[in-house]
Write a protein that binds this ligand. Sequence first.
Ligand code: HEC
Ligand code: HEC
Length: 172
Amino acid sequence: MTIASGSKLAVSVLFLFSIAALAFVPAGLITTASGQTENAAPKPTPEPAFDRKAAVDKLREFVKGKEEQPAETVFKNIQIFKGVPAGRIVGIMGGGFSRSLGVDCTHCHTPEDWSSDAKPTKLIAREMKAMADKINGELLKNMKTLGDRQAIVNCTTCHRGELKPATNMPRD
Ligand code: HEC
Ligand code: HEC
């Protein structure tokens, strides 16, 4: 057997092996980009797709004329954004929260009732905001040697478009 045909054989054996290996991956182990385990079987009643643009347009319409009012006087369940102009809330939600974490509004909300605290992720987001405020307002501010530069952390600093912030640099 020549060297060339030997390596060809090795390649085809490897190829067959990977096909066989794939066949044995249980459907439940196929993970989505968000890291959640997803069943590959089609769902019997698919949830209606969330139309983010329509939802945001509707919210902007709702806030119209009240943009400058404190958020807590316009929305029903404002705890961390008290005093923030109502017109900024939807922007913070889209740019600051969804984009930083790489998720859609429905990760934290049931859009039928934006004020609901039913999803634990919404409660986590409140605590995360409190943590970031503490880092900025106390820990960074009171550093003795950092000087008076405007050092801040926000959701993006850690999350960078991912739900789970990295703890290691990717290997290449
Ligand atoms: C990471 C979680 C998270 C994501 C993603 C998120 N939100 Fe929120 N949202 C919150 C939290 C937390 C509050 C409560 C803020 C507070 O307590 O001041 C909130 C409050 C709101 C409110 C005020 C509701 C009320 O009546 O009290 C609206 C409206 C809203 N979000 C819309 C959106 C929209 C639209 C999107 C997508 C573009 C979105 N949110 C994405 C966490 C999130
Ligand atoms: C100092 C770093 C840091 C900052 C700043 C930070 N986070 Fe996090 N966040 C984490 C870590 C760590 C976790 C836990 C991830 C894990 O292990 O699942 C997390 C988890 C979360 C989760 C749960 C993720 C999930 O699986 O659903 C939400 C929601 C979240 N953060 C929202 C926010 C929001 C909103 C902000 C900005 C107000 C923020 N975080 C700022 C570090 C941070």
